[in-house]
Design a protein. Sequence first.
Lengths: 226, 226
Amino acid sequence: MTMTVKKAVVLLSGGVDSSTMLAIAKHEGYELYALTLDYSQRHSIELESAARVAAQMGVAKHLLVRTDFRGIGGSALTSETEVPKEGVTEGIPVTYVPARNTIFLSYALGWAEVLGAPDIFIGANVMDYSGYPDCRPEFLKAFEDLANLATKVSVEGKIKFGIKAPLLKMSKSDIIRKGLELGLDYSLTWSCYDPTPGGRPCGACDSCRIRAKGFEEAGATDPLAE
Amino acid sequence: MTMTVKKAVVLLSGGVDSSTMLAIAKHEGYELYALTLDYSQRHSIELESAARVAAQMGVAKHLLVRTDFRGIGGSALTSETEVPKEGVTEGIPVTYVPARNTIFLSYALGWAEVLGAPDIFIGANVMDYSGYPDCRPEFLKAFEDLANLATKVSVEGKIKFGIKAPLLKMSKSDIIRKGLELGLDYSLTWSCYDPTPGGRPCGACDSCRIRAKGFEEAGATDPLAE
């Protein structure tokens, strides 16, 4: 009798969403291949968080791929534009990185093809990030269609790729509740776009505000805020 | 009276195809933004060729984005697998790089969004590279659909992206004839996957063979073979 373990490539930033998603994929029984893209973020704290979360979740492999978005520009996260601190506003935020999820999914697809992993997990979410076009279900469906046309293994009929976004319609508090239920240690995760010189969350950027609200609504305490 | 110059992002490797495509886009009157992805190729000669061709064509900007495919693996071009020297064979070659064109187009899309460039040129070709799934028209169409769902500028109705593949159904000799007609200096281009220690084309890899056949059928002399 042969046991087949299903592999998944999981895009992991080290934030609340992708870390929780990794815990969900683990719970679903996948052999986990975590992929972190280092796109010249301002702070390496995110990358260290990703490594710690991957270790806690017992991934088969954690791959860090270095790349460079600075030349492309167009975002407060990859250029010298100020990270906004005035609270979450309407519309597409300046922290939007052009084509980021398209680029991330493309790398994940390349690795998934090499690994023979049919499923690719991405922490896209339409509740808290309604402003990002590349978090919408129609975008994810279009990428899935593309993936099945783009690769040798899919064209040869060996793999049908699926893009999985289990967080898509979960609120931040739903996500945090789920992660706590699955034993995720949120002290390992990181959310802040603009940490203090001492390496603490700023508490004022969009990402800090969304995280704080999520923990509050989940009736839980953020270990990073203690 | 306002003159509007249409911008294009052109994926440029420095090989025969993408260099000719850059000449075609120039001839069509675009303001040119050449994008070269350095994906840990074995040889930097390709990158130098891209820079020289971009300079000859008078591009507005040539952007080199460094990235890393080695961790992903799966190709003779990005790993320690031997480059085959026994001639062009049937099927998908081992030089196929998983999801390469998907990744390349994703970066081009990010830059095109920042620049406000509606058109993205890729040197995909179904004649000489029939084995690559991500050179087929259905793949390119799927990426175009994705691009128009993926980005802020397209979702807001400011830009409709088009993926242009003018070489799609041209033979190598057609491409070379076209480039010569447009004044492209092929001594600036590079094709070999596995150059000699002295920095000359090997003459035996698939890419050298296809190039030699193309020049022969075009009735022209390859300046690199002189």
